[in-house]
Write a protein that binds this ligand. Structure first.
Ligand SMILES: Cc1cc2nc3c(=O)[nH]c(=O)nc-3n(C[C@H](O)[C@H](O)[C@H](O)COP(=O)(O)OP(=O)(O)OC[C@H]3O[C@@H](n4cnc5c(N)ncnc54)[C@H](O)[C@@H]3O)c2cc1C
Length: 418
């Protein structure tokens, strides 16, 4: 690879790999069964995940995603560039990031709280997440409006003395059903008539046990694959103190952006790990099976599938590292083109490589005997969650056109007509 990881990163990579070997892989079947049987939010059934989390914390493999740690907060304060090759390893098992306290939506929420919370809020909401004492959810998407355009959000927030009163509906709110989910970070509108559509929103922390907050149904995704609770929430006259507001009133849209950058690059990092697993499965199966007198990898089509997958994985890794470096150096706003690119590339990478690996496995590839079908599902989720790929493609095109609008710069390449 072009990049040589530092000794510190290589040491952490080796420790995470060993932890995965010693403690994670042996539970993959168990976890898949809990998902399939709807027990993924049963505190007894998932107690082993909590035990693994405490073990990872004790071993110092904790909060590796978070660059903004204070001295008294647990973790290593790695940069995004340092974290990328480590998250690739965690990404090999769908639920492993949670064991290392590196899972969405907590990661995005922690980033958001770091940027927007005052000192009291940091202690009250961010610290318990960093310590692993609770989990949280992020509530933006709504059933009644196209939520890929966050200015459409309708949930109403009305100030009443020292409180805000919230009314609305949210859905696909991941982790809201987890037994340890303590609070939601919610986007709603305090000023729906403001002519500036980006100044209508406010961001609040809403405790999950607030009177009037109800989980009205769970939503499974792609026929039960990738379950784990993405429920619909109803908020009827939910009251929270004004002290639960993150950032200024009317500035919720800008506050939200602080969580989107790291969240999206994380998709890319773990996508590479997933694709490496699919690649390993594909090559090993193609060496085992013989059809029409040749091993599968000796058939041109399979050879192409393997070669294309390697090309795409290595391309994605370089783009991911470049995005991480850009994010570290210039921040979320200036790195938004790279972030949009890796989000798209990550979802397409997993889709392409897992689909090819499924074909090489024949019927088995479609079954639950490999993680491939779940990976394919994941690729669809990655293509829609945190903003559909279409929206990111449009944003990239806009930036590209904006940055290349000088007619003078192309004249050297043109042959003048007669
Ligand atoms: C498994 C899963 C977990 C999720 N977790 C959360 C969560 O924890 N919290 C949360 O708030 N949300 C969550 N979401 C919701 C997700 O963020 C939204 O689904 C996403 O932002 C799209 O919003 P929408 O579903 O309202 O689709 P819409 O906005 O209605 O868009 C529908 C489609 O329209 C097309 N489209 C939209 N804009 C454009 C454009 N500019 N150009 C071309 N085509 C376009 C795209 O094909 C898009 O898929 C989750 C979703 C899934 C699937």
């Amino acid at each position: 690879m072009l990049v040589n990881y530092s000794d510190k990163v290589n040491e952490l990579r080796a420790r995470v790999e060993k932890f995965m070997d010693d403690h994670i892989y042996q539970h993959t079947r168990r976890y898949a069964e809990l998902e399939a049987t709807g027990q993924i939010n049963d505190p007894d059934a998932i107690a082993f995940v909590q035990e693994l989390r405490m073990r990872a914390k004790e071993e110092g493999l904790w909060n590796l995603f978070f660059p903004h740690l204070r001295d008294d907060e647990p973790g290593h304060g790695l940069s995004n560039l340092e974290f990328a090759p480590i998250f690739e390893i965690m990404g090999k098992v769908f639920w492993a990031p949670e064991v290392f306290n590196c899972n969405a939506p907590n990661t995005g929420n922690m980033e958001l709280l770091h940027f927007a919370a005052n000192e009291e809020q940091r202690q009250k909401w961010l610290r318990p997440l960093l310590e692993g004492e609770c989990t949280s959810c992020f509530a933006m998407t709504e059933p009644d409006v196209a939520s890929s355009d966050a200015t459409n959000i309708q949930t109403s927030i009305v100030r009443n003395g020292d409180e805000y009163v919230i009314n609305g509906r949210k859905w696909f709110i991941s982790r809201a059903m987890h037994p340890d989910c303590r609070f939601a970070i919610l986007l709603g509108k305090t000023d729906p008539n403001n002519p500036n559509r980006h100044l209508q929103q406010t961001m609040l922390v809403v405790p999950m046990d607030s009177p009037g907050l109800q989980i009205i149904r769970d939503t499974t995704v792609l026929n039960g694959h990738h379950s784990g609770g993405h429920p619909e929430l109803l908020l009827r006259n939910v009251r929270v103190p004004v002290a639960n507001r993150l950032g200024e009133e009317g500035h919720g849209f800008a506050v939200m952006q602080s969580r989107m950058g790291p969240g999206r690059i994380h998709y890319g990092m773990r996508a590479i790990g997933m694709a490496e697993v699919a690649m390993q499965l594909m090559t090993s199966r193609s060496k085992e099976r013989v059809a029409f007198g040749k091993h599968l990898h000796q058939h041109g089509m399979t050879a192409q599938a393997i070669a294309r997958s390697r090309i795409e994985i290595d391309q994605a890794r370089l783009l991911c590292l470049n995005t991480a470096k850009t994010l570290d150096e210039v921040g979320v706003k200036a790195a938004r083109k790279e972030i949009a690119m890796i989000k798209i590339v990550g979802s397409e990478l997993v889709k392409n490589v897992s689909e090819r690996a499924i074909r090489v496995h024949g019927a088995m590839g479609l079954s639950n005997q490999t993680p491939l079908a779940e990976m394919l599902t994941w690729s669809w989720v990655m293509g829609i969650g945190d903003g559909p790929n279409e929206v990111h493609l449009e944003a990239i095109a806009k930036m590209e056109v904006r940055d290349n609008d000088s007619a003078a710069s192309v004249k050297h390449y043109l042959t003048p007509g007669s």
